[in-house]
Design a protein. Structure first.
Lengths: 359, 224
């Protein structure tokens, strides 16, 4: 694997940083995504979603706490911290407690392979993409544990629906990402970004440089909505039918952990789709004549900016879809997965293979 | 098979249409929907923009002809008690004291020029009971009882929903009552003296259906 010399410099320098026996640098590397998830879920995830949904419905959203309601999320967190942490007497205590933890850990562990720019990544695994797909689907275990452990019919229905949905949608999602892996010829997240960066900016992105890439791109985007239980595939939560789905019985900070996990994996799938098809931290601006826009907007800090902005754009699209589309029925959901997305994913797979051989 | 593809096509186009609608609303969120009322000509044209009204800070003004909280202008009230009698839910409580002859000037006139003959020490409206039917307003002879445009007057204690409009202090009430008693006593005394002298006041028949009431008032009161 050929690595350009400047790749991963910051995270490697940090990981070699010890105080005595304490690997402080490694702790910082692990803390960066954790703090990032918390901050992003606090600002864009909760407050942003409430505002965006409000604007799409001609409402104002939170307006009372602070100017334009900016401090609303902080007030919500204060409330959540003070709430009683109830474990129902009929619940399976162990599964009930471990469920949200597994879910959050699954969502958080995917951030290991997320490159925040060319200089910083948790671990530049050579099977990064494979690891990310696997670890994101690890959340299913947490969902099933909490739904089963709640000993509640709504929670169990929610969990079963969620598991059926996520396991089904793994297939088109994985095949679509496999198309991306075929275009790149690697599974390393950093190499995806390196291969798609170049002097002409967005022209190098697979979505624009490959005539077939739009098909796996669309398939993965739709499947990622289903994997995150986002609308229109939110039947595991389905407020109108199942109260709150698998987290019906949860309160206080355990409930907040579900939210953090959901927003964490929302960011993760958005980051994966922008890495595989839209160049990750590679700048979209092309060099035009004397204006080396691409070189000016490349670098460790710019890289973090670009990848976060791309992921935020896809999160916006997810929210936009959520406030547009009604929820699918269970059979419609399975129809879409098995009879539409999966065949089209196979077609995309074959077409990409043909293109990669004869281009 | 053609149905399969046409379904996909329909799905794609309808999703695109829906997305364009929500995005239009999203970008129109910088505007406020106009506040044209239902009787304005362009009421149905104002479809763009936010429609939230941040209530305590912004409010739709109540219509002028609406019936909301009652208000009594006590300076114009002649204490006729017609509103009290008209009220179907008995939410108005009035106590009056007759004005003595020398106090008529102090009691004053209504803004319509009518001489007031009653002090109104108690004029209570229980707005929690009031159903804003407006009958009291229609019977008021001096138009002093009106519906104000105030629609929001919630309280933490229901007892605060009783509005007091009486305009006499307790000391004044005592003084006026005493004065009225004195005047009455003086009149009765004068009448008794006139009868004793064998005179009947001119122009008025003798107010004596029973010549000797004797101890009747005490027994009568106990019996009632």
């Amino acid at each position: 694997m050929s690595q350009s010399p400047s790749l991963n410099t910051w995270s490697e320098a940090l990981s070699g940083f010890y105080i005595g026996w304490l690997p402080l640098g490694l702790l910082i590397v692990a803390a960066v995504p954790l703090i990032f998830i918390a901050l992003y879920a606090l600002t864009y995830g909760v407050y942003g979603e409430r505002k965006i949904s409000a604007f799409m419905q001609d409402r104002l959203g939170p307006m009372e706490v602070g100017k334009w309601g900016i401090l609303q999320t902080l007030a919500d967190i204060l409330k959540l911290l003070q709430k009683e942490d109830i474990v129902p007497t009929a619940a399976d205590k162990f599964l009930f407690v471990i469920g949200p933890v597994i879910m959050f850990v699954g969502s958080f562990m995917a951030f290991v392979v997320l490159p925040y720019g060319p200089a910083f990544i948790g671990a530049d695994l050579n099977v990064g993409l494979f690891y990310a797909i696997g670890i994101v689907s690890f959340e299913v275990v947490g969902i099933l544990a909490s739904g089963w452990g709640s000993n509640n019919k709504w929670a169990l229905y929610g969990a079963i629906r969620s598991v059926a949905q996520i396991v089904s949608y793994e297939i088109p999602a994985s095949i679509a990402l496999l198309c991306g892996a075929m275009m790149a010829g690697t599974l390393s997240m950093q190499q995806f970004c390196v291969l798609q960066s170049g002097p002409y900016g967005f022209i190098h992105y697979y979505l624009f440089s490959n005539p077939i890439a739009w098909l796996p791109f669309l398939i993965y985007f739709i499947a990622s909505l289903a994997e995150n239980n986002r609308a229109p595939f939110d039947i595991p939560e389905a407020e109108s039918e199942l109260v709150a789905g698998f987290f019906t019985e949860y309160s206080g900070m355990k409930f907040a952990m579900f939210f953090l996990a959901e927003y964490g994996s929302m960011f993760m799938v958005s980051a994966i789709i922008s890495i595989v098809f839209l160049g990750g931290w590679a700048s979209p601006l092309p060099n035009i004549g004397g204006f080396a826009l691409n070189e000016w907007t490349s670098g460790p800090v710019w890289g973090a900016f670009w990848i976060i902005m791309k992921a935020f754009f896809f999160i916006f699209v997810q929210m936009w879809l959520r406030w547009t589309l009604p929820r699918l029925r269970v059979d419609q959901l399975m129809f879409l997965c098995w009879k539409v997305l999966t065949p089209f994913a196979f077609i995309a797979f074959v077409l990409t293979a043909v293109w990669e051989i004869y281009k | 098979m053609s149905e399969y593809f046409s379904n996909i096509k329909t799905g794609a186009t309808t999703i695109a249409t829906g997305l364009s609608i929500t995005l239009r609303h999203f970008f129109n969120a910088v505007k406020r929907k106009g506040d044209a009322g239902i009787d304005d000509a362009d009421y149905f044209n104002q479809v763009d923009g936010l429609c939230t009204l941040q209530y305590p800070r912004e409010a739709v003004p109540t219509p002028k002809i609406g019936r909301y909280r009652l208000y009594n202008d006590i300076d114009d009230c002649i204490g006729c008690c017609q509103c009290e009698r008209a009220c179907p839910v008995e939410c108005i409580t009035i106590e009056t004291i007759k004005t003595t002859a020398d106090d008529l000037a102090v009691c004053g006139k209504t803004s319509g020029g009518q001489q007031k003959r009653m002090w109104v020490p108690v004029f209570d409206i229980d707005v929690a009971k009031c159903m804003t039917c407006g009958i009291c307003v229609s019977v008021c002879p001096t138009d002093c009882l009106v519906h104000s445009p105030v629609a929001d007057f919630s309280e933490f204690d229901v007892r605060n929903m009783v509005y007091h409009y009486g305009n006499l202090s307790k000391i004044e009430v005592e003084a006026k009552k005493k004065k009225l008693e004195e005047e009455k006593a003086a009149k009765e005394k004068a009448a008794a003296e006139a009868i004793a002298r064998g005179e009947v006041p001119a122009g008025r028949p003798a107010p004596k259906p029973k010549p000797a009431p004797g101890p009747a008032p005490v027994g009568g009161e106990a019996g009632e």
